[in-house]
Design a protein around this ligand. Structure first.
Ligand code: GLN
Length: 251
């Protein structure tokens, strides 16, 4: 399983968010504390963020471990952002260690990450592909998570809200095949995440909201998200509901 996080709030540098904290995503790439599957997240990483005046996010990915990328750590010190989604990867064994499989995935204005795996992927791949938006570069990546992204993009392009689409994809994919489905997404002004099968935490302060696979510091305001929940967060607050309450009936 991978570790991922999303941030929305006052601008911080990517370094302050991803490298500096005591249990930062960087530390989680080699010493995660709450990860239920896999020991390290060394099979690539990615960071997406929104830059003022650009409707689409900027996305940086590498197939290398985050800890090996000293150049990005340097640049991150001078890149501020108010909305960020980042992930470190522990590849599911049947899929390649390739930059195209590193998340977040992106399309139009969205960023997306899947922490988990689809069990028996070969048996459900065709069924999932029929529900995924086809002509999107990241949907073609040779990894299970890409099809979940494709399913979400299809719903978003049909006007479904960010969170509703994540709830639907989580419920639909887990009905087709067991597995672990922690999804995380943003459109730049709101965050949404599902917890199904792995850890998830949320922290809201006066300045920002963070949704993360695990706390990146010792702040006592981190709250665990119950398994089976959908989290939505924007400038007005955080809401946690059961996934099934939100699933759309007519996708
Ligand atoms: N299944 C996805 C992959 O192989 C995500 C892996 C994970 O969460 N560890 O990249």
């Amino acid at each position: 399983m991978c570790r991922h996080l999303a941030y929305l709030g006052v601008p911080v540098t990517l370094h302050e968010l991803l490298h500096a904290p005591a249990q930062s995503l960087l530390v989680q790439s080699y010493a995660p504390r709450r990860q239920r599957h896999g020991l390290v997240n060394a099979d690539g990483y990615g960071v997406g963020w929104y830059h003022p005046g650009r409707p689409r996010p900027v996305r940086y990915r590498r197939a290398m471990p985050m800890w090996a990328d000293a150049s990005f750590a340097e640049v991150a010190q001078v890149v501020p952002a108010a909305c960020v989604l980042a992930a470190v990867r522990s590849a599911t064994p049947e899929f390649p260690v390739d930059e195209s499989c590193a998340q977040p995935f992106t399309c139009d204005g969205w960023l997306f990450s899947h922490n988990g795996r689809i069990d028996g992927f070969a048996g459900v791949e065709e069924a999932l592909r029929r529900e995924a938006e086809p002509a999107v570069p990241d949907v073609r990546a040779p990894v299970d998570s890409a099809l979940l992204f494709g399913m979400a993009v299809r719903l978003w392009r049909r006007g479904r809200p960010l969170a509703e689409a994540l709830a639907h994809v989580t419920a639909r994919a887990s009905a087709l095949s067991p597995g672990r489905y922690n999804l995380l997404a943003t459109d730049g002004v709101r965050l949404a995440a599902t917890a199904r099968g792995d850890s998830l935490y949320v922290r809201r302060t006066g300045e920002a909201v963070v949704i993360a696979s695990e706390p990146f510091d010792g702040d006592t305001r981190w709250r665990p998200v119950p398994d089976g929940s959908l989290v939505t967060a924007d400038a007005h607050g955080v809401v946690i509901r059961p996934i099934e309450e939100v699933v759309c009936t007519d996708p």
